[in-house]
Design a protein. Structure first.
Length: 186
């Protein structure tokens, strides 16, 4: 009984180890990460940043588990064209993410993101469709080192997964508004 309690505690207690926080920035479905400066602060404390991206790069920083606020400033031809604050990003050490955490900031309203990972290495073979409509894909995915990333209008979608010559459907998956949902292929 005691060992079951310790295992449950270990699975629910946040890890204090540093995590790799990766932030990608989109304007609608167009990735604009390299045109956008991202600054990350501890939630509610906007005086001293804990991480910043450099021009021409995406944000990839080592942070402690916790809650963060992020500011994204997109520039074009030396002029600011968009600013967005995202508050209360929860960065925790989940076993399925292997010490990494991805967040998407979208400069346009109404969008969300779905990160799909397989349990085996490599980018999964997946496609996203509007719920109930399996004829035309709702969006193409952006690749990551070991994930597929769908940036779509927030809502519900059906996901098609192809693996080992078989196709399976996972219906009615929610893509939340202004957040990134992590989905591990079963």
């Amino acid at each position: 009984m005691r060992s079951a309690w310790l295992v449950a505690l270990a699975l629910t207690t946040p890890s204090s180890a540093m995590l790799s926080l990766h932030i990608r920035v989109f304007s609608g479905s167009e990735e604009v990460s390299t045109d956008t400066r991202v600054t990350v602060f501890k939630a509610g404390e906007r005086q001293s940043p804990v991480a910043e991206s450099r021009p021409g790069t995406t944000l990839d920083a080592s942070v402690a588990p916790g809650s963060y606020d992020a500011q994204a400033i997109r520039e074009r031809d030396g002029r600011v064209v968009a600013i967005k604050w995202v508050e209360r990003l929860l960065v925790m050490g989940y076993p399925d993410e292997a010490g990494r955490h991805l967040e998407v900031i979208n400069l346009q309203n109404g969008f969300g993101a779905l990160e799909v990972r397989a349990q085996e290495p490599g980018t999964p073979d997946v496609a996203i469709f509007a719920t109930g409509s399996r004829q035309q894909e709702a969006a193409r995915f952006a690749t990551g080192p070991d994930y597929a990333l769908f940036v779509v209008p927030a809502g519900r979608y059906d996901l098609r997964v192809r693996r080992d010559g078989q196709t399976t459907w996972h219906p009615d998956i929610e893509v939340p508004l202004d957040r990134t949902r992590f989905w591990l292929m079963p």
